[in-house]
Design a protein around this ligand. Structure first.
Ligand code: 2E7
Ligand code: F3S
Length: 316
């Protein structure tokens, strides 16, 4: 029986961002420089495929620094760490390398600057996410208040409404965040902050590409992990832009084929931590069932690159 036709829209940009590329390189270069095992505090990026392949090369993933020995190098994940973590690594005289994305470090520095200026900080982010914990952990307890929704703004208790600033997580929904910023500015007109928010270029671009393809597609698949904030936001953006079916899948084996039986078009994208091999795998799985025609939906071209820390660029 001939396969039915299917238009497959591929989002661009999708997949790895510059911060993820750098973080993975840091682990690989550390393994080359010091040999195995190299410890990594938290998943270097939120993707099981990436973590498993680094584990095979000799990386050992732990959740807390205390699980790593003094005498092996330790790497901090791309999401950032509270200040207490590198402080403890220094106290233990450990070789430690920070794979925090430079765009997250920029937010840490912003928080520090506002604090030096005597401002209390409101962070827009998701409770319990490692980036939020790392950023809030740059300052003493009580100096950074968390808001997750526009509703949270109404009940916020601040020290002085005239001496406030806001910062954000880098992987939020651009549209939801704009509404929260608006609520903050309405209640605290003096609040300082970035021009818009601290959402990074990669998050913004991936959300834009999903919005552009949404009117064309019967279903959207986002390749990414269940703990990947930026990937989950892509599913929400797709659903809100009108995709009746928008799903997060880690790889081809997760696809619910019965749920998308009869579709004529599909959109595929990948979160910033999802490797392109998983995109290829998903596209191949579609080709096995449909007569696929691919169209690229390109809304931006990314040329951002970040250098790895100097210690890894120097000869051993
Ligand atoms: C670091 C930062 O690993 P991810 O899935 O992380 P999120 O934050 O989206 O859960 O994606 C790459 C990445 C994104 N942001 C890494 Cl701060
Ligand atoms: Fe950095 Fe944004 Fe990627 S904060 S790690 S460039 S998703």
């Amino acid at each position: 029986m001939p396969k039915p036709p299917l238009k497959l829209y591929l989002a661009a940009p999708r997949g790895f961002c510059a911060g993820v590329d750098r973080a993975i390189k840091i682990v690989e270069m550390a393994l080359e420089k010091w040999g195995a095992p190299v410890y990594v505090r938290h998943e270097i990026v939120h993707n099981r495929y990436v973590v498993d392949s680094l584990r095979e090369q000799g990386a050992v993933f732990v959740e807390e620094l205390e699980e790593a020995p003094d005498d092996r190098p330790v790497i901090f994940s791309a999401h950032g760490v509270p200040k207490a973590v590198p402080a403890e690594a220094r106290r233990r005289e450990m070789i430690h390398i920070d794979a925090t994305c430079p765009l997250v470090t920029k937010v840490h520095n912003e928080a520090e600057r506002h604090h030096q200026n005597g401002l209390q900080i409101v962070m827009i982010g998701h409770a319990g996410h490692p980036e939020t914990e790392g950023t809030m952990g740059q300052l003493p307890p009580g100096e950074v208040l968390l808001v997750e929704t526009a509703g949270d703004v109404a009940t916020l208790e601040v020290r002085d409404p005239e001496r406030l600033a806001y910062i954000t997580q880098t992987t939020l929904s651009v549209d939801d965040t704009a509404a929260i910023v608006e609520a903050l500015r309405a209640r605290f007109p003096a609040i300082a902050g970035p021009r818009k928010e601290d959402i990074c270029y990669a998050t913004t671009n991936r959300q834009e590409a999903v919005k552009a393809m949404a009117p064309e597609i019967d279903a959207l698949l986002v390749i990414g992990a269940p703990n990947s904030s930026n990937s989950k936001r892509l599913v929400e953006v797709g659903a809100r832009a009108g995709c009746g079916y928008a799903q997060l899948v880690q790889r081809a084996a997760d696809i619910d084929w019965r749920a998308i039986d009869g579709i004529r078009s599909v959109g595929i994208t990948a979160g910033a931590s999802a490797p392109e091999v998983l995109v290829d795998e998903v596209v191949e799985a579609f080709r096995a069932r449909w007569d696929v025609t691919i169209e690229l939906v390109e809304t931006a071209v990314e040329r951002v690159e970040f250098k790895v820390p100097r210690v890894l660029r120097e000869p051993a």
